[in-house]
Each structure stands twice: as C-alpha cells, then as structure tokens.
Ligand binder design. Structure first.
Ligand code: LLP
Length: 416
C-alpha cells in the first residue's frame, strides 16, 4: 500500500476531508461526479451490440442528484418499489425508461406502476395472475431463476436453487397459460443472479440459461440480463477491477449467436447498481476515542452501522484511509486496530483487526467504496441523524446534494 485511492483519483477536488467535515458535519458521504460518470460509461459499453442499454438499479444509491446524473449519462432505471418509481418520475425519467422488478408486492403497488405507464416484471406465477387481473391485454415481463447464482455473501445470491427469487425455468408453459388467460403479451424476460461477482463466468452461464428460456417465447422485445458487476473492495491489497474487456468479448458473442438464431435483433438490458456508484463514494467520519481494552486496540468513531451497515450485515471489507490536518496520513500500516462506531451494540464494528497508520483522536477516517448500499441502507437507529451527502463536481467544487437530518426530522412523523 503506497498511495491512497483518494490521492490517486484526486477524489476531493479542491476540497479536503477536513474542510468537508467542517462545513457539512461528520459523518459525511462524499461522491465524486467524474468517477460516477466514468462508471456509467463503462456500463454502457458492456457489450458490443447496438441495441443495448443499462438500467441503473437505484436501490444502490437513490440520492436524487446521483439519479439525475446517471440519467444525463443516458442510462435508464430499475425500480424495486412504488417509492422508487415515484422518485424516478420526480427525477425526470419518462415511464418508458423505467422497469419495475418487484418481489411479492400488493395489488396497489402493481396498480401504481401500471397506472403510471411503467412496465412490470413479475417473479412468480401468483403475481402474474394478479397483474393479468389488473392489466388484461397489457404487456408484462417475467423474471426467471436460471438455476445458477452468484454473490459475495449468501444473503445477496438471488438465483439458483436456494433463493426466493424468480420463476423456475421449467415453468414456461404455466407462464404462457396465464398470459393467454388474461391476453397478456410477454414482451421480455429478465433475471438477476446475485450481487458482486469479479469474474463473469457465472453471469454468462446465467445469460445462456435465460436465453434458452427467451427462445421459447415467440415474440419478445428484450432480455434483461441483471446486475451484480463487482468492484474491487480490497484495492489496498492490489485487487484488480473486473476485466470488462474480456467480459465484453465473451458476452457479445453469446448475444449475437442467440439473436442470429432467434431472427430478431432484440434489445438487451442489464441492471447494474453497485458498479455504477460504489467507487464514486467515500464515507468520512471522525475519531473521538482511542483505547486499549484488554488485548485489543479500539479506534472509536462516529461511523456506526446506522451509517454503513455492510460490514455488520455481510462481514464486508471496506478499505480505510486516515487523514490529519487536511492531509492523508502516511499510508504505511503501523498498528492493528479494530475500528468501531458509536451504536450501543458490541457488533458495531467497521473493521476488525485492521492494520492502519497510528490513529489519534481528531483524525478523520475515509471508508472507501461506500457509494453503493451505504447511505441507501442507513437508518436513524439510536436516534442518530443520517449524514449529509456532498458531490465533488467535475470542476473540483463541492456541493451539498442532501442535507443532514435534523432533530425535527426525527420528531416530525409522530402524531402524538
Ligand atoms: N437487479 C435486481 C433485481 C436486484 O435485486 C439487484 C440488487 C440489482 C439489480 C443490482 O445489483 P448490483 O449490481 O448492485 O449488485 N446490500 C447488498 C447488495 C444487495 C443487492 C440486492 N439486489 C450489499 O451491500 O452488498
């Protein structure tokens, strides 16, 4: 580990971690617009096929400014809930740019999508029936479970033989039967095999399997291959990024072979979330206490699992940088510490036994690659305020894109 990621990328532009915290408070989510835009472009280049478009999966980060920036880059979007549809329409997306891929939702939620003109994909025969009743004669897509899964943790593997998602690929006949009953047109099929793969083989296997299902429908318009593209969370150990060039070559071949056989240059889509936003985000926090408790040295910060849930929920690793007096600390590791937050649970750990430079009170820590499923999964647990979010513009300027919660926000929903 020689140079910090934030230094290599000039992440903070004209600002510094210290200035940002002084102005916007601690903890603080900081996003870099240039990195965000680059990742959007990478995903638009995923295959060398003219009729391809990525849908940004906004569950990874639903900050309005981020959504708008991704839209400017020409991506469409996926929604998982009526709330996400509402936000996307508010952000300026047209209904036809959206794809609703929910799981076990109410009639009211399906109706909300249909009435707003958003195409729905269902992931069970029950929900296909319900959609047919609500929208007879309409278009529908079906999410299949291709029988293969992938992911960084069993909690995020969303296909294969042990998950709740998708319609089994041997249920095509039942899908057709229900579609016929309600005069629904199956206009597309989709899948999402899981989150975070670093080599693309299982994704390509899943695509092949989905294409074999797609071929059983006579006239579909699109196949949505899902998201899950990983990013290197262990850059300080030299972990490399996904090899998109070789992935592109392999995937393009598979798609072209299939469209030649099918006889129609259908639209292909993907659903990236993490890849778009993870690396453009750093979570800053402040060290308030350093101590030795028996055999362990603890660095106590304001980055509790209410702010970043991933390490506690999935044992996820995030690289950590340390800053003092506005500058990066010498990155060479000096001691092994456990970095913890301020939530009253002993599991509130960001990094266990991590080798870091010698940290002292008042230092600022940067939690790397926190742009995906960071703020999106944050909460007010312990009645803590969710942090502000700031974007470093391409011209280096820092702008506030969501204010920090206030005490009033905590009290407002109560009607007693
Ligand atoms: N499409 C569907 C239907 C999904 O369920 C997901 C994510 C995505 C697309 C986007 O997947 P991505 O490209 O971001 O891997 N909170 C976990 C990840 C949960 C992913 C849930 N589904 C984490 O922090 O690792």
């Amino acid at each position: 580990m020689t140079e910090y990621y934030s230094t290599q990328t000039n992440f903070y532009g004209d600002s510094s971690p210290e200035k940002l915290i002084k102005e916007y408070g601690s903890p603080l989510y900081v996003y870099n617009e240039k990195i965000l835009r680059q990742h959007c472009r990478d995903m638009k280049n995923l295959v060398d096929y003219p009729n391809f478009i990525p849908n940004y999966s906004i569950k990874a980060n639903s900050n309005l400014q981020i959504i708008k920036t991704v839209h400017e880059e020409g991506l469409r979007a996926d929604a998982m809930s009526a709330g996400e549809i509402r936000l996307l329409l508010h952000a300026g997306y047209k209904p036809e740019e959206l794809f609703f891929v929910p799981n076990n939702v109410s009639e009211a939620e399906l109706r909300y999508a249909v009435e707003n003109g958003v195409l729905v994909s269902v992931d069970s025969l029950s929900q296909l029936e319900l959609l047919g009743k609500i929208n007879p004669g309409g278009n529908a897509a079906v999410r299949f479970n291709p029988g293969v899964g992938a992911g960084h943790h069993e909690k995020v593997v969303t296909a294969g033989k042990k998950t709740k998602f998708g319609v089994n690929i041997d249920c095509v006949a039942q899908v057709k039967e229900i579609a016929k009953k309600y005069n629904l047109r199956i206009c597309g099929v989709n899948q999402h095999i899981g989150s975070l793969f670093m080599e693309g083989d299982s994704y390509i296997e899943g695509v092949k399997s989905l294409l074999s299902v797609a071929g059983q429908f006579e006239d579909i318009d699109f196949v949505d291959m899902g998201g899950g593209f990983g990013i290197p969370y262990k850059k300080q150990e030299g972990q490399a990024s996904l090899d998109l060039a070789s992935f592109r070559e392999k995937l393009t071949k598979v798609l072209e072979q299939w469209t030649d056989k099918y006889g129609k240059k259908i639209l292909f889509k993907s659903e990236p979330g993490r890849y778009i936003v993870a690396e453009c985000g750093i979570l800053l926090g402040t060290v308030y206490a350093v101590k030795n408790n028996y055999a362990h040295r603890y660095v106590g910060t304001d980055i509790g699992f209410n702010v970043l849930a991933r390490p506690v929920m999935y044992d996820s690793h995030h690289d950590i940088e340390a800053y003092r007096d506005g500058k990066p600390l010498n990155a060479e590791a000096a001691e092994e510490v456990t970095v913890v937050g301020n939530i009253c649970e002993s599991g509130d750990i960001i990094a266990k036994d991590r080798a870091l430079p010698a940290i002292q009170e008042g230092d600022i820590l940067g939690i790397m690659d926190a742009g995906a499923y960071g703020f999106a999964m944050s909460s007010n647990y312990n009645m803590r305020l969710r942090p502000a979010e700031v974007m470093i513009r391409e011209n280096g300027e820092a702008v506030l894109i969501r204010r920090r919660d206030t005490f009033e926000d905590l009290i407002a929903p109560f009607n007693v």
